[in-house]
Write a protein that binds this ligand. Sequence first.
Ligand SMILES: O=C(O)CCC(=O)C(=O)O
Ligand SMILES: [Fe+2]
Length: 328
Amino acid sequence: MHPLRSRCLQLASARRLASGLARLAQAKEEAAKTAEWPSALRAVLPFVGLAGVGTAGHAFYDGLWVPLLRDGQSAEEAARQAEPLLDAHLAGTALTHLERGEVVVVDGVLSATLLADLQRELQSLASTPGGLLPNPKVQAGNTEVRTDRVCYLRDPASFSPTDEGQVLGGAALQLCHRRLRATALVLETGSQQASRRRTFVVPAWTQLAQYTDGSGFYKWHTDGLGEESGRFGPLGWYFWLQRGAVRRRSITGILYLNEEDWPSTAGGALRCRAAAAPLRGPPLPSTAGIAEVLPKGGRLVLFDSHKIEHEVVATRQDRWALTVWLHE
Ligand SMILES: O=C(O)CCC(=O)C(=O)O
Ligand SMILES: [Fe+2]
């Protein structure tokens, strides 16, 4: 090779090497700059992680463990202490109507004597200080949605006197609580003939609600998660955990503890955006697809917790309802 050509080639490769080295140095400098961020991030990450796990744990505890998993029972366990409110045949029919998205109404599930005893026990509970508390929404500062006062009935085996809101009630209330929970078993058995076999988890508590004369109402809602579930973006997972038990609700069962003759002029109707299936009792009025169910004492109402939109209209006399949510 000509010496001049060889010199040129040497110069060219030296220049390439120099520019390569310069690029490397620049890249190193940039990497060092950005490395400051990950190391800062690495320092806070364990705390962020701990806070996340703590928040999730709390949401799980509050939203699923306490209301359902801690002392919830299988339908079989729940039925050990009392007779269900429905017989097997009625329960099978009820399941068929529930699957069609209807509201099942069964009258006369409590005797007249029991209804009279209930009136006495309820009056005494209503006048016991701290016996009934504002519902959870009102406690959270929201008075627009519902105004009832509530307490949670439990049987002695799961009762904790230190837990606010828990009550034992008298013998009549205890019997209603047990019979309402026991109804889970006939519904579960009835589902063997229905298109979907169900296995329920029954909370240890039932909710006793009092809507008072002149001011009690509960605006339109469903008892499940409804539309709010997806609304929260990045916080969605938190609400998903926090509303764990609500998410697992399957059937709402309401037993009215009022006098049997509830006048239609007294208001207080449960209105459901669905067809009603009165399995025992008179046909129910319905306007524009909304069934109107008066809270007659001894009336049992069942509906799909997620699908059926319902409201309680203002009542002009004290109105009592005992509710169980069967979960899946
Ligand atoms: O008392 C009723 O009739 C229904 C109450 C209700 O909708 C509820 O507690 O979720
Ligand atoms: Fe409801």
